[in-house]
Design a protein around this ligand. Structure first.
Ligand code: RB5
Length: 146
């Protein structure tokens, strides 16, 4: 378990409680966790700042993969994808999390804490971590994202 990679995680205030639950799940799965904030559900913050924190951690090689949470997953996902080295899928269930790995080689997933339950979010996390990119017909399309 000790050689499992460190996963980056960040959220805005709306995603703070999910970030705590998902961080605990990552630790239970044997992963290190790089928590990039925010640190409170009470203080309103701007989700692009936290998407950027994770994107920069990936660019710097501190982590290879990450999880983002905001109210819908949409805003923080849009913000993450402004960074060209990020492929972030907004996911709602195990299937979307699996497919964004298989088809898009996603290095980040974004989750909406106001839209899905925390157990479903954990399912997303596990699918994201355990699913390999399929390559093949997807290579040309993923290359065009860059
Ligand atoms: C914050 O109120 C909310 O706008 C944010 O968490 C997210 O849902 C934006 O897409």
């Amino acid at each position: 378990m000790a050689d499992k990679d460190i996963i980056g995680i960040a959220s805005d205030h709306a995603g703070f409680e999910f970030k705590a639950a998902l961080s605990a799940e990552l630790a239970a799965l044997g992963h290190g966790v790089l928590d990039l904030g925010t640190d409170s559900a009470q203080t309103s913050v701007d989700y692009p700042d936290f998407a950027r924190a994770l994107a920069e951690a990936i660019k710097a090689g501190k982590v290879k993969r990450g999880i983002l949470v905001c109210g819908t997953g949409i805003g923080i996902g849009i913000a993450a994808n402004r960074h060209p080295w990020i492929r972030c899928g907004v996911v709602h269930d195990e299937t979307s999390a699996r497919l964004t790995r298989e088809h898009n080689d996603a290095n980040v997933i974004a989750i909406g804490a106001r839209l899905i339950g925390v157990e479903t979010a954990k399912d997303c996390l596990k699918a994201f971590l355990s699913t390999a990119y399929q390559g093949g017909r997807h290579d040309r399309r993923v290359a065009k994202l860059a």
